[in-house]
Design a protein around this ligand. Structure first.
Ligand code: CMC
Length: 436
């Protein structure tokens, strides 16, 4: 018997099957041959929420959830956060290698020269209600770009694909900043080509009447590192959405819009906003034990805690905690930090959280930093979407080049009625209505 195989005996038929094992997986389709008879459709696996199903092969991001390891293209996240800029990491995710100096210059130049929005897109954004949530504005506006760049639907041309990728990476901060300015009723600020990616974003957010806005370098770098930490996270809910929507071959603006929508939920990217709401609700360290008690009674979740993959401390949360010190030296301490630290301490000692391996995730501390930097909580998920865009696009690109991928189309286990007939004497059917 070959070593890399799985032998399965179907006790219904007493037949034995040998299934190949590759990369620690068996092929779901190999189960289909297991049948009770010619009429039988064949065995399927049932896996709601993809708890144990690999949907693709990917060479982009590696996570070891038990050991708290995150790597992009083989580099540890700690190493990248310490030594690279966000745009270099974006290049790494897309092209597989870190750029040298010349490649960095050319890449940054390309991104910088695609940051402007078409004036009609600006007008489009202007029409949202004044109190529209920035995430709804961003999601809709990304979809609207599909109408501005109709050639983007030519997704089988790699050069055309790359142009749309550059546009998306470049324009996300512009759309994000415009959505924020719109919610405050402030005039839009155009991009400034002399600035770095994060400085330019900060300029578009916060420039008022001063002739030149100067971003604080500590805050600009902190934001850049936060962008690195959020750039990709393998097959999470929004990335899976990007691949799923992308698998029917729409243009990337529509697929990224779908991914933004998935990110917006409080169980995913919306958690950073939810953490701030939770900390405000707790209000004081003294209220923490009561709050934890309620969580343990099943009355809600501790937002910013727990992860489908990490069953150890999220390495991103650890880096964010370090950045927090640098940010707070500039901005002054966010009073919510004390509550968060105490909450973490109590939760990490509590049997409920220990046995379920619930640790702080990336969202637990990011919102506290963002708030100290001057962002409103409604902007937090948008701050997640900007850098994650490159991860979505790298995964989309990889999917389109993967010969094994097809349109995403899961199976279901039908548990509804068997065939039924309509009883015309009981219900008003078309027949009885016409007859009347
Ligand atoms: N607070 C309290 N209990 C929790 C929490 C939490 N935050 N997370 C999980 N649990 C419990 C859950 O109730 C379950 O308990 P039991 O076994 O008694 O039923 C057990 O832990 C296992 O949890 P699960 O719901 O099966 O885990 P999951 O993998 O389906 O969910 C999660 C992962 C992230 C959606 C969940 O932990 C959660 O809702 N966390 C809060 C929201 C959050 O912080 N989301 C951000 C995730 S990180 C950023 C990102 O990638 O988007």
């Amino acid at each position: 018997m070959p070593e890399n195989t799985l032998t399965v005996t179907d006790n219904r038929t007493n037949k034995t099957y040998t299934l190949p094992i590759e990369n620690g997986t068996i092929r779901g389709m190999d189960l289909r041959q297991i049948k009770t008879g010619a009429e039988d459709f064949g065995l399927m696996s049932y896996d709601p929420a993809f708890m144990n199903t690999a949907s693709c092969k990917s060479a982009i991001t590696f996570i070891d959830g038990d050991r708290g390891i995150l790597r992009y293209r083989g580099y540890n996240i700690e190493d990248l956060a310490e030594n690279c800029t966000y745009l270099q990491v974006a290049y790494l995710l897309l092209f597989g290698e870190l750029p040298d100096q010349k490649q960095t210059r050319e890449w940054v130049d390309k991104i910088t020269h695609h940051t402007m929005l078409h004036e009609t897109t600006k007008e489009f954004m202007h029409r949202f209600r004044h109190d529209a949530h920035p995430m709804g504005v961003l999601t809709s506006t990304v979809a609207a770009l599909s109408t501005v760049y109709p050639e983007a639907k030519n997704i089988h041309d790699p050069e055309n694909r790359m142009l749309q990728i550059i546009r998306l990476v470049a324009k996300m901060p512009t759309m994000a900043a415009y959505s924020y300015r719109h919610s405050l009723g402030f005039p839009y600020v155009y991009p400034d080509n002399e600035l770095t990616y994060t400085e330019n974003f900060m300029n578009m957010l916060w420039k008022m009447v001063e002739p030149k806005y100067v971003a604080n370098p500590v805050l600009a770098r902190a934001l850049d590192i936060l962008f690195i930490l959020h750039a990709d996270h393998e097959q999470n809910c929004s990335t899976n959405t990007m691949r799923c929507v992308g698998s029917s071959h729409p243009d990337p603006y529509l697929a990224v819009s779908g991914a933004c929508a998935a990110l917006a939920g409080p169980l995913h990217g919306g958690a950073n906003e939810a953490v701030l709401i939770m900390l405000a609700e707790i209000g004081d360290k003294r209220n923490i034990p009561d709050y934890i008690k309620r969580i343990k009674e099943g009355k809600g979740k501790l937002m910013g805690f727990g992860h489908r993959v990490y069953k150890n401390y999220d390495p991103r949360a650890r880096i964010i905690k370090q950045i927090a010190d640098q940010v707070f030296q500039v901005t002054g301490k966010n009073p919510k930090l004390e509550i968060a630290l105490e909450l973490e301490k109590i939760a990490l000692e509590d049997e409920y959280f220990v046995t379920r391996k619930l640790y702080p995730n990336v969202d637990f501390y990011s919102g506290i930093i963002y708030q100290a930097m001057g962002f409103l909580p409604e902007m937090f998920t948008v701050l997640f979407a900007i850098p994650r865009t490159v991860g979505w696009l790298a995964q989309w690109n990889e999917m389109l080049e993967d010969k094994e991928q097809k349109i995403s189309r899961p199976r279901q286990v039908y548990i509804g009625h068997a065939l039924r007939k309509i009883d015309g004497t009981k219900f008003a059917t078309v027949k009885s209505a016409v007859g009347r």
